[in-house]
Design a protein around this ligand. Structure first.
Ligand code: HEC
Length: 256
């Protein structure tokens, strides 16, 4: 019994540690996260993929995925993907084939040397970090001359990644403010304008994070609709089974 109690306590402590660790990450190290709901339409996925291959795949890989699967899932022909979305090359220097994995051409060694950290595979980041974190992260880069690449991030302090969308968003700066009740807080204020308006930038990040969410769970829609069909089937089957049971038992006297 004593052993059982000890085991129970240990597992409870472990579970608390795991969940509290998860919350700390989800909260982005104390920074407030914006709520984000991914959009799963062909058009949003296509636009998001365009941002991803143009601005992210120079460094990041998503190599659990094949271009051809994406074509199928986003309602594109394989030719359209070849023409518009493949900028990487294979080992022979030829453009990657539509059936190949979405691999970046940057080597891990180069990434480590240039940025101090290897750009991680982004295929499952939407699941490990959550979409709220990703959305907020992509909107939280700010100018910081003290960093090697001139950029820092509110939800990922001292990040090794440069602000790759600075041309689109423009630069923000971190301003310390005291509100009416005397609470100090850091807020991001626009410093320079980018080629996109703030609304257009938000839309771009919505598409991008929706695409990253798709990478993390490409079959969610199909799984959900199949789940509903299975539940409906079970319900119909239950009614049939009850009727059948009544039919079988109706001629058997109850008091025997
Ligand atoms: C110039 C190279 C480069 C490009 C381009 C780039 N990144 Fe990064 N990214 C990095 C590096 C390096 C890190 C690791 C930072 C660290 O750990 O300090 C990183 C980290 C990240 C992380 C954090 C992942 C995690 O779980 O810790 C996310 C998310 C991310 N990048 C998304 C993007 C997206 C989306 C794009 C395209 C819009 C992009 N990156 C483009 C270099 C790049």
């Amino acid at each position: 019994m004593k052993l059982f109690r000890q085991l129970l306590t240990t597992s409870l402590v472990a579970a608390t540690l795991v969940t509290s660790g998860g919350v700390a990450i989800a909260a982005g190290g104390g920074a407030e996260l914006e709520h984000f709901t991914p959009v799963r339409t062909d058009k949003a996925l296509q636009r998001g993929a365009k941002v991803f291959v143009n601005y992210c795949m120079g460094c990041h890989t998503a190599d659990y995925h094949r271009y051809s699967h994406f074509a199928r899932d986003a309602g594109l022909s394989e030719q359209a993907v070849v023409d518009n979305l493949i900028f990487t090359t294979d080992a022979d220097g030829e453009p990657s084939k539509v059936g190949s994995l979405m691999e970046s051409n940057m080597t891990k060694e180069y990434g480590k040397e240039a940025f101090g950290a290897v750009p991680p595979n982004l295929a499952l980041t939407a699941r490990s970090r959550g979409v709220d974190w990703l959305y907020t992260y992509m909107k939280s880069f700010y100018l910081d001359e003290s960093r090697p690449l001139g950029a820092n991030n509110v939800v990922y302090p001292a990040v090794g990644m440069p602000h790759v969308l600075a041309d689109l968003q423009g630069w923000q700066q971190l301003v310390h403010e005291t509100d009416d009740e005397g609470h100090e807080k850091n807020v991001l204020k626009p410093l320079t304008a980018g080629t996109l308006s703030p609304d257009e930038y938000d839309q771009t990040i919505t598409d991008l994070v929706s695409f990253l969410d798709y990478l993390g769970d490409p079959n969610r829609e199909a799984r959900h609709s199949l789940g509903i069909k299975v539940m409906l089937f079970l319900l119909v089957f239950l009614v049939l089974a009850v009727l059948l049971k009544k039919e079988y038992w109706k001629d058997i006297p109850h008091n025997t």
